[in-house]
Design a protein around this ligand. Structure first.
Ligand code: FAD
Length: 544
């Protein structure tokens, strides 16, 4: 697909149409050298390997955001596409494995639950979670009953054995690697991978920079002071402090929340999601850890506090942590105080970085000859680690929508719809985290029930879930990474339970479901007993 759009259109024999001479894009300029800039550079260099010059311009005066360290399982496909093995990049980025997100205190009971990178088994045509509602709901938490991963997480295990085998290959009969929709990441990889990664964002940017430069990406360190527009309103060139004008055919705006090209120069409006997602600030911190003594958790934690939630991302040698909160309920000082209290003595000498977050998306992420990727395109709070997923999705869609110099309007429209559907789909899913939680103990948590606007599609999904209508299976046809299993996990975890189990299950013998629950238990115990710890795996296998 990547190459189809690059074929010279002069070769096309379009019925009855004037032959259009194609004018291929020859000069692509990326502005910004954060995760978005360097991921774009390496990926585009690999996908478009001839007849195109790629230049990346980054300022040494504007620092990168420096957070964004937990990922979504599709990231594995990004590294696979670049031909990078885990042992080649993980040690250089202090990376670790992530098999789930652990949600703490998101419901009034203060319970925890896992959202794992693992799909439900199907028993007699119904998700095992439906069977849990029928025969196990008063017996044991759904995540431990339905998945293997919670046990791996509790025991701080690696998802790989020392010989490199991934845990689910050892217990294959139990795991269905479900195919995800056609319109997804790289076409030869249509599986849900059972893990993602945590990594140091700055080290990853450095690693990708070296990789891109070795493969011919031109790197200019300079500050962009101005943007020169052409008569038709597209970008003619960027004006840098020391290198003068840098012109291009296509510009990729990776300048972060500022959106230097897309918002400032091209005036594209940014649509905020503040009516459904209230958090607008973050405090980030890095805390050294003793991994030899304490091990490394193979999950990201998201712990609810008074006016938002705290992320904890365990890397090889330190944790990345941060409090995402709503400034209408807490000042910077109050937030930092509450955050430090939560972290305890481990954070005593650690510096806090306060960040204003721009939550929402551009009306259009592609305007004229400029495509925004990363924070310049859109952002939602990192509750499901989607920032880097948005980057990957944006780049992949850019490759499959790659233009020539005519900048076909239909192509641009299709790209913009795809990006908007993805980001809006994630907004809906995150809104569910708040509105389906039963917490109302602070003004913030009250507001998440009384003040937020529940997007229409989400409202419909919640109604179907409660009333047990069957279309809760097809929660959304647009691709945004979260399908029905994720919705079900969050709703069960938040105790947003339907009143009854599915009536159909009263007419099906439940012995098979009971056997599957028993088998899950056995396999989980086996994995916990036989997998190496994550510390052991990373230390002895990846680092050696
Ligand atoms: P930045 O890192 O801000 O980079 C901007 C670049 O533009 C810099 O190189 C800068 O020098 C350059 N620039 C700016 N102005 C100029 C100029 N005038 N001239 C030249 N260059 C310029 N994502 C996840 O996937 N998982 C997470 O857990 C996660 N957590 C997050 C937590 C927070 C609080 C935030 C804010 C984001 C988080 N994200 C997360 C998102 C993730 O951090 C970003 O998607 C990712 O880092 C990409 O950032 P970026 O490259 O778009 O922008």
């Amino acid at each position: 697909d990547a190459f189809r759009n690059l074929q010279p259109r002069s070769q096309d024999k379009l019925k009855g149409e004037t032959l259009i001479m194609s004018q291929p894009v020859q000069n692509l300029v990326i502005v910004g050298g954060g995760t978005a800039g360097w991921m774009s550079a390496v990926y585009l260099r690999k996908a478009l390997d001839k007849n195109i010059q790629i230049t990346l311009v980054e300022s040494s005066d504007v620092t990168t955001i420096g957070v964004g360290e937990a990922t979504f399982s599709t990231i594995k496909l990004f590294f696979d596409y670049l031909g990078l093995q885990e042992h080649e990049w993980m040690p250089k980025c202090n990376a670790s494995y992530k098999t789930a997100i652990k949600f703490n205190n998101w419901n009034t009971q203060g319970q925890h639950f896992y959202h794992p990178f693992q799909r439900y088994e199907t028993v007699n045509g119904f998700d095992i979670a439906e069977w849990w509602l029928k025969i196990k709901r008063d017996e044991e938490p759904f995540d431990y009953a339905c998945f293997l991963i919670p046990s791996i997480c509790d025991h701080k295990k690696s998802p790989r054995y020392l010989d490199g085998t991934v845990f689910d290959d050892k217990v294959k009969d139990l795991i269905s690697r479900e195919f995800i929709p056609e319109k997804n990441v790289l076409s030869d990889h249509k599986v849900q991978y059972p893990y993602a990664y945590h990594f140091d964002a700055n080290l990853l940017a450095r690693f990708l920079k070296d990789y891109a430069k070795q493969r011919g990406v031109k790197h200019v360190i300079d500050h962009v002071e101005n943007v020169k527009l052409a008569e038709d309103g597209s970008i003619d060139s960027i004006i840098t402090r020391e290198h003068g004008n840098v012109s291009g055919d296509l510009f990729v705006d990776c300048t972060g929340f500022r959106g230097l090209l897309i918002n400032e120069a091209l005036d594209e409006p940014f649509n905020y999601f503040s009516d459904s997602l209230l958090c607008d600030r973050a405090i980030a911190m890095q805390i050294p850890t003793d991994i030899k003594k304490d091990g490394i958790n193979p999950f990201t934690a998201a712990t609810a506090l008074s006016s938002g939630w705290v992320w904890n991302i365990p890397l090889y040698g330190r944790d990345g942590t941060g409090y995402v909160y709503c400034s209408a309920f807490l000042s910077e000082e109050e937030a930092e105080q509450e955050f430090r209290q939560h972290l305890g003595p481990a954070a005593l000498n650690c510096k806090a970085k306060h960040i204003k977050i721009r939550v929402g998306r551009n009306r259009n992420s592609w305007v004229k000859n400029c495509v925004a990727i990363g924070l310049a395109s859109g952002f939602v709070e990192p509750l499901e680690s989607t920032g880097i997923f948005f980057i990957q999705h944006g780049i992949e869609e850019l490759v499959s929508h790659f233009p020539d110099k005519t900048f076909n309007e239909e192509l641009i429209k299709s790209y913009n719809n795809t990006i908007a559907e993805c980001i809006d789909g994630v907004r809906d899913f995150l809104t569910l985290h708040y509105c389906a939680s039963d917490r109302t103990d602070t003004p913030f948590w009250k507001a998440t029930k009384q003040e937020i606007k529940i997007p229409e599609q989400l409202n419909e999904k919640l109604r179907l879930w409660k009333t047990r209508l069957p279309n809760n299976k097809n929660v959304n046809h647009n691709y945004h990474g979260f399908d029905s299993y994720s919705y079900s996990v969050m709703l069960l975890g938040l105790n947003y339970l339907p009143e009854s189990s599915l009536p159909a299950l009263n007419h099906i013998d439940e012995r098979e479901a009971i056997a599957v629950f028993n088998s899950i238990k056995q396999k989980a115990n086996h994995l916990a007993a036989t997998l190496p710890s994550q510390y052991e795996y990373l230390t002895y296998v990846i680092k050696s």
